[in-house]
Design a binder for this molecule. Structure first.
Ligand SMILES: [Zn+2]
Length: 230
């Protein structure tokens, strides 16, 4: 055997050994191949784990069950051309109230659960001094095109794969609205910018007031095929 061939094989064996030892002893949250536990503190692998739930409905619902998120599973069905549900559910109860009628794909519910626990709540307490009790939204599922246009591609909302967040209500009664507070200077604006930026690490696409005028009053969050943070 030539000397450099031996060195290559030795290096490959060493690398495989290091990876095997890493995966054996590292906590699941640092293991890119481990299933997502919504309760665990996010790491650089969390976004990839959330994205992987799009291809594994059983793992996705197991992740929701792991933190006792209540939902009513909806049957997969087509509701129109380019519209319908797949691995979707109606959200009944999470840590924060999201209001009624939240019909979404499981990967969206999982991303929302991570965002509310590890981003929205800690940031609200740190920046505003009060936890959030309610997320105020403008809708989730809707069989419609992007930007409600007459023509063009279907929106991620058409697949129950997006929600539009308009603001938050705090435990002390204060309300934070994207429309009124995004452009401000105080802690409400700081909070909105922080939860927007953190959402980019949980959802596939996040579009807010900086994107265009159609998003002046909400954050569009989706788990579609495109990665955007604007
Ligand atoms: Zn939207």
């Amino acid at each position: 055997m030539k000397r450099h061939t031996f060195v290559r094989i030795a290096l490959a064996v060493l690398l495989a050994l290091v990876v095997a030892i890493y995966l054996r002893y590292v906590p699941d949250r640092y293991d890119p191949l481990a299933r997502l536990d919504i309760a665990e503190s996010p790491t650089i692998f969390t976004a990839a784990k959330l994205a992987r739930l799009k291809d594994d409905a059983a793992a996705c619902f197991a992740a929701l069950d792991g933190v006792r998120i209540d939902y009513l599973r909806m049957a997969d069905r087509k509701t129109g051309v380019g519209c319908g549900f797949s691995a979707a559910a109606v959200l009944q109860r999470s840590q924060i109230s999201w209001g009624g009628g939240v019909r979404l794909s499981c990967p969206m519910l999982a991303a929302m659960a991570v965002w509310e626990r590890h981003d929205v709540q800690p940031l609200a307490k740190a920046i505003l001094g009060s936890p959030v009790v309610r997320v105020n939204h403008l809708g989730s599922y809707a069989c419609r095109n992007v930007n409600n246009a007459e023509k063009g591609p279907r929106s991620e909302h058409a697949q129950a794969n997006a929600i539009d967040v308009a603001g938050f209500t705090l435990a002390d009664g204060r309300r934070i609205a994207v429309r009124d507070d995004w452009g401000g200077e105080g802690p409400k604006a700081e909070f909105l910018r922080a939860v927007h930026d953190h959402a980019c690490g949980r959802f596939a696409a996040v579009l807010g007031p900086s994107y265009n005028r159609l998003h002046a009053d909400h954050f569009h969050l989706d788990m579609g095929p495109f990665s955007l943070c604007r």
